[in-house]
Design a protein around this ligand. Structure first.
Ligand SMILES: Cc1ncc(COP(=O)(O)O)c(C=O)c1O
Length: 478
């Protein structure tokens, strides 16, 4: 790699070369075993005498940072040196105060044999060969001929495909022009927030709820209020009158799993109508996987006054790393949302979007969802049966008929340190999340949220057996 050395100003040139190479080694930029340029070459590049460079190399060699190998050159010494932490300059630049205290969204990348965490579909179900074929097709010279900047609303073919498939499978009323493709649902929330929220505005979210959405609205300066969720979904009567935006997951409440009842949906839409400026964000992130119960009409399909923005994601149906989501927004917000999208990243990634359009058009997405639904239904059933049979003294499952996770509440009177017990289960290679992690109000609701996207069905039984050992053991045994 080219070594960039600055020699402006006055002073001892060899000392400055020495210092900058030393810094690069200590900062880990030059790694053990890496070869330095020959003294002659570096001297010519820096326009200094060869002796000057040699003096710097000699000093670093004497101090043990470099070693010369006969006939091969000069190398950073093989033993890794402890990396030095860069000193933070006192009084360095700081982010805005709200960013200093903003909680990061947890991103735990540790691996577990019995992994019941949320957020991951089964990557082994992903149709990799087909996807590779579709991506290769988009990378042919003919496809790249018009490779300038694209439309901020996303690849036209994908918008047509989404409008059609969301209409057919979810009852969403959308023309292609209503669809804006985003980098995952998260970018849709960001664009919506930027276009609609002034600092200090009230945003209502579900409690318990989805942390990345809540934190995002906080980052925009909103006053975020958690609204309780009961067996029918969001308690509409608890939404503050001045809420500008209400974020909900009606198909499969996150994390409880309950669908919002039709009565509540109607109440929520009526509430929004009474509050002329209010917008509802309907996050439908994983209800493509449905095991029983008929899906209820989406809020977007029931809305007659243009107050609902429907947000979908391919993170569960395909993979989160593709970063493709979309929103179906009312015409009154289209121009602002497209401008926000353009100012954010212009238009996302067209190769993936074009490949996905074909994947949907050729019926491959629908086929993949059918196949994955059979697999997830079996896991859902197995976990539910175990919860009802083996955990029934401790946990009550929350009714859920779709998605990639289910929730079970701790029974009243079961006074145990759930967090500690889940930590113990992790020691036994079983990762299960706590319902409390999705609560912001106190006392936090107690229970577990069990994901089945990432765990193969043949590991479910043993995973739950181990969970049982740690969760339901008597106090002394833990
Ligand atoms: C409630 C909820 N909304 C949306 C998403 C999808 O987010 P994205 O499309 O940004 O990956 C998830 C994924 O875990 C989710 O749980």
């Amino acid at each position: 790699m080219d070594l960039h050395i600055r020699l402006e100003g006055r002073g001892d040139l060899a000392a400055r070369i020495y210092r900058q190479i030393l810094d690069a080694i200590l900062d880990g930029l030059l790694r053990p075993g890496e070869r330095l340029p020959p003294t002659r070459e570096l001297a010519a590049r820096l326009d200094v005498s060869r002796n000057t460079v040699a003096a710097a190399y000699d000093r670093l060699t004497a101090e043990g940072f470099l070693e010369g190998r006969a006939g091969a050159g000069t190398f950073v010494r093989g033993e890794p040196l402890r990396r030095r932490r860069r000193k933070r300059a006192a009084g360095g630049v700081r982010p805005r105060s709200r960013w200093e205290s903003l909680a990061a969204v947890p991103n735990d990348r540790s691996e577990f044999t019995f992994d019941f965490r949320l957020g991951m579909p089964d990557a082994t179900l992903f149709p990799l060969e087909t996807w590779r074929r579709l991506i290769s097709r988009e990378l042919r010279p003919a496809s790249l001929r018009s490779a300038g900047y694209g439309e901020p609303a996303g690849h036209p073919a994908l918008r047509v495909a989404i409008a059609r498939s969301a209409g057919l499978s979810r009852g969403i009323r959308a023309e292609p022009d209503d669809v804006i493709v985003t980098q995952g649902a998260q970018q849709a929330f960001d664009l919506i927030g930027r276009v609609l929220i002034e600092p200090g505005d009230c945003v209502a979210v579900e409690e318990p709820g989805y942390p990345p959405a809540r934190i995002l609205f906080e980052s925009l300066g909103a006053r975020v209020v958690g609204i309780p969720v009961d067996d029918e979904g969001l308690d509409v009567s608890a939404i503050p009158k001045n809420a500008r935006l209400v974020y909900v997951t009606p198909s499969h409440q996150f994390p409880l799993g309950t669908p919002m009842s039709l009565a509540r949906r109607t109440d929520l839409l009526a509430w929004a109508e009474r509050n002329g400026e209010a917008v509802i964000v309907e996050d439908d992130y994983d209800s493509e996987f449905r095991f029983s119960d008929r899906p209820l009409e989406p809020l977007q399909g029931l809305d007659r006054t243009g107050r609902v923005i429907y947000v979908g994601s391919f993170s569960k149906t395909l993979l989160p790393l593709l970063r493709v989501g979309f929103m179906v927004a009312p015409a009154s917000l289209q121009r602002a949302l497209r401008t926000a999208k353009q100012l954010s990243d212009w238009h996302g990634e067209p190769t993936t979007q074009a490949a996905l359009a074909r994947f949907i058009d050729e019926g491959l997405l629908a086929r993949h969802i059918r196949k994955a639904t059979r697999e997830y239904a079996a896991r859902h059933e197995k976990i539910l049966t175990a919860l009802n049979n083996d955990f029934s003294e401790w946990l009550t499952p929350v009714h859920s008929a779709a998605g990639l996770h289910l929730c079970a509440r701790l029974k009243p009177g079961r006074d145990l340190d759930l967090q500690q017990r889940l930590a113990n289960a992790r020691q036994a290679d079983v990762a299960v999340e706590s319902l409390a992690a999705y609560c912001t109000s106190t006392p936090a609701q107690q229970g577990v949220v069990i994901g089945y996207g990432a765990i193969p069905i043949d590991r479910v039984e043993e995973g739950l057996r181990r969970l049982h050992t740690h969760l339901c053991a008597t106090q002394q045994a833990v």
